[in-house]
Design a protein. Sequence first.
Length: 346
Amino acid sequence: MKQDKKDIRALTKDQLRDFFVSQGDKAFRGNQVYEWLWQKAAHSFDVMTNVSKETRDMLQANFVINHIKVDQMQRSSDGTIKNAVRLHDSLIVESVLIPTATRTTACVSSQVGCSLDCKFCATARLKRMRNLNPDEIYDQVVVIDNESRLYFDKPLSNIVFMGMGEPLMNYNNVLKSIDKITSKEGLGMSPKRITVSTSGVPKMIKKMADDGVKFNLAVSLHSAIDKVRTSIMPFNENFPLKDLREALEYWYAKTKNRITYEYVVWEGINDSQEDADALVKFCRFAPSKVNIIEYNPIDDGEFQQASSKAIEMYQKTLEANGITVTVRRSRGKDIDAACGQLANKT
């Protein structure tokens, strides 16, 4: 029976070194190959020019490099780039490059589809097929860094885990990918430039705090009233606001890091003064920032962007209570690349 070759990027550096020793070679050969795989993001053993042809053939016989391929790249009128990324098993995810005058941000996916059921999100309509491996997340960042350099003449500056999937439902692989992204042996990016956005999985937020992660935390909140939140994010029934709040209190006590809340205001759903007051009450326990995000329709008309009057009311209420608030205009709407629109339509 034919044995599938192992993806070489599943090996640690020590395992690679041990492999070369087991083949009668020197351990340092593992270091060389590891550098090619991660720092140089090699897609083929043939490009490893400081390794002998014989060694490259041996690697080819034993391993594969399951790198991603960009199936389609779309460019928005505002400069945003969306990549439809094909994985080694032909499944597709999407990632986005968001440029501004001062920075370029990669919005990366962590799962194929999503297991949560947020009614306003196109990705939630896709069945969760599987988690992404660390190298598949890493590859999205490499691609976007290359695009940032090519099209905007600057290296990628920020990463947000706000693409397809719930990052905390793929916790181990997300953390491994961030380790590689921030390592000097990888991309060498600062963890302070990375934000992991979650819909709110309390036990995993506590685990992040216990693990001493250095990246930023954002919570996709959208309502601080349980009944309202459950109506738009049904999983809230299993992870109610009381549990989420307790986990965030634990996070702040351990890390002392400010919490960012992502918040969309919809007409007739969460656009009242009562909703804004509940948000203030929820945020008060720790330094926080609220990003009010423009809603991006997903065709069915059930959710409508709230009026500018409602947005102003939220802004005034939050600021009057000493909470930092930013109103974000969405980017890439014309190519379905904005928040909540990633659904493999390309």
